[in-house]
Design a protein around this ligand. Structure first.
Ligand SMILES: [Zn+2]
Length: 350
């Protein structure tokens, strides 16, 4: 493996990760072991298919469902998945990782009690902090394919079992026909209970109005994906003025599937967002399924979307402004990470 100075540099820079799903981080060997333990409900070719990223990748939602329905069975499984994710992230100098987990599927499909599941994840977060120095934070995510009542139930679980490491809520799974306004009550309760909020919106080519609904009705603190905001420049300007952070995903399958390969990098909305004044930050989303590491997600911003090293420095600061950390830490990291970034840039002559 011959890494270029750019790869070495991007590996070394301090990072936050704000958009990553626990079930999308499962190592293939771990997935195979869980499958074998369950009596192999999935055949080998199927698993191989999940972990192959072709030119027209299949969605990862099927894999995530299989984990809840068949493979993840005990709190200790969640502890292992969390620890392995944080280990993998820390190996790319991710120092603060806010990651999603969908309690609804785990509780109703895997049959685990919410409290036991959350405790196991929190235990792994604390162990990883101690062993590896990475700060993990859990975002309980609404499964938007389930009912709005299930979303409220999920928020109530989080509020009844508060832990410092569980900092907010999100929403994910298929956005088609499941617009954000369906989940107004769950977001209202979360906000009133002191939780931070984010939402997947404007993914899968869904209209920019879903982003507006998330911002104005759900009053989210940041947006995950949000690409179709580029379709409405007036609204994009409003988001820019608010300083809203968009966690973007260079490997997002929707554009890989729908744009012709020779136009993909040129027509991808990520390329246009900063030009509209929007503040973006690159993330892995489902790293083992997308075959991407934090370092590679940052490298794609340069290689595929032509952003400069100065742009990346701005993205790093966007990540710190979007992170759910206290103001003192934010100030310290802005100063320290800026200096570290510049020193590394000089060392790698970039
Ligand atoms: Zn996502």
């Amino acid at each position: 493996m011959s890494a270029t100075p750019l790869d070495d540099f991007l590996h070394a820079i301090p990072k936050v990760e704000l958009h990553c799903h626990l079930f999308g981080t499962v190592r293939q060997a771990t997935f195979e072991a869980l499958n074998a333990r369950a009596g192999s409900p999935l055949v080998a070719e199927e698993i191989q298919g999940f972990y192959t990223r072709g030119e027209k990748p299949v969605g990862v939602l099927r894999v995530l469902r299989a984990l809840d329905a068949e493979l993840v069975r005990t709190p200790d499984d969640l502890r292992q998945l969390t620890y392995e994710y944080l280990q993998d992230a820390a190996s790319h100098n991710v120092r603060h990782a806010e990651f999603f987990w969908n309690p609804t599927g785990t509780v109703h499909e895997s049959g685990m009690a919410y409290r036991a599941a959350q405790d196991a994840i929190v235990r792994a977060i604390r162990d990883a902090q101690q062993d590896l120095g990475i700060a993990g934070r859990l975002i309980a995510a609404i499964d938007r394919e389930a009912s709005p009542e299930a979303a409220v139930e999920m928020v109530d679980w989080v509020l009844a079992n508060r832990a410092d490491e569980v900092i907010g809520i999100g929403i994910d799974y298929r956005e088609v026909d499941r617009p954000p306004e369906m989940f107004l009550e769950a977001y209202r309760r979360a906000r009133e209970g002191g939780l931070k909020t984010t939402a997947h919106a404007g993914e899968f080519g869904m209209p920019w109005t879903n982003v507006r609904t998330a911002v104005e009705m759900l009053q989210v603190d940041r947006i995950d994906h949000g690409y179709t905001v580029v379709d409405q420049p007036d609204f994009a300007r409003e988001c820019a003025e608010r300083g809203l952070i968009f966690t973007v995903v260079p490997t997002n399958s929707y554009y890989l599937r729908t744009l012709p390969p020779e136009r993909w990098a040129l027509d991808h909305p990520i390329r246009k967002m900063p030009g509209l004044g929007l503040r973006i930050h690159p993330n892995t989303d489902d790293p083992t399924l997308h075959k991407v590491t934090p370092t590679q997600a940052w490298a794609m911003m340069v290689r595929d979307f032509d952003f400069s090293i100065d742009d990346l420095r701005g993205f790093m600061h966007n990540g710190l402004d979007g992170a759910w950390i206290d103001e003192r830490q934010r100030r310290d990291w802005h100063a320290q990470w800026g200096a570290e970034f510049d020193a590394l840039r000089a060392r790698f002559s970039l």
